[in-house]
Write a protein that binds this ligand. Sequence first.
Ligand code: BT5
Length: 255
Amino acid sequence: MAQLKPRVLRYDSLPSTNTEAASQALKGAAEGLCIVALEQTAGRGRLQRQWLSPAGAGLYLSIVLRPKIEIGVWPLITLMAAVVVRDALLAAYAVETDIKWPNDILVGDQKLCGILAETIDTDRGRAVIVGIGINLNAVALPLARGNSATSVEAVTGSAPDPEELLHALFHLLEKHYGVLQSAAGPEEIVRAWCARSSYASGKRVRISSAAETLEGLTRGLESDGALRVETDGGEIKTFRTGDVTTVRPAGNVQT
Ligand code: BT5
């Protein structure tokens, strides 16, 4: 397995770094291509939601990956990215974060970063675009809904250097992407994610999908990253990323 070699293309402004990375992947871009923009005018989250990306307020990037893993464990790519971002924020700025299943990086209950992984079929096989948006300073926050967002600057009290974070992200991505593609990789990624997330087990959540909304206690992850939730009736339900619209903390934490 060749080691991932990030190659960065920088833009002042793009509609969405994910869209640009997908278009480069369609043209045959090798894995490791990383699109970075200072501003996104149409940044997006899951389910066509918006990702607010004002100029200079955050790190907005998308990386092309062409993983050599079983298709059934591709959802773990999002979880791996969350582990990478969480560890990079700690390494670069000593910021402690939590991971909310599946794709949010939080400080307390406030969102510091969102991750959007999108697959795309290309002539060179299936690729995945991993998009990461991290709020660096407070400019983005008044625009985000309620007070549920935060930034590195709001947490540390000083203006962060984005290049330090980018460097840490690449270093940790090389490491965890290598792990993901190793023989025991999927189990190791699930373990790494669970060790870093208060949502892995014993967290009371209210979870909504197109089919239903229910409350229960989280009970770990399936081998493909799906979240297990025990309902108050004692039934274990399994949720996959594509089906879930929201996950929120609910009531008191119990075990
Ligand atoms: C996400 O979606 O959290 C994934 C966000 C991924 C953004 C990156 S930036 C680089 C790359 N290019 C793209 O176009 N996208 C990726 P989701 O879980 O659906 O959350 C979206 C919700 O987060 C919105 O509906 C808002 O409530 C909230 N939100 C929007 N902008 C925010 C911000 N800057 N900070 C915190 N929360 C925000």
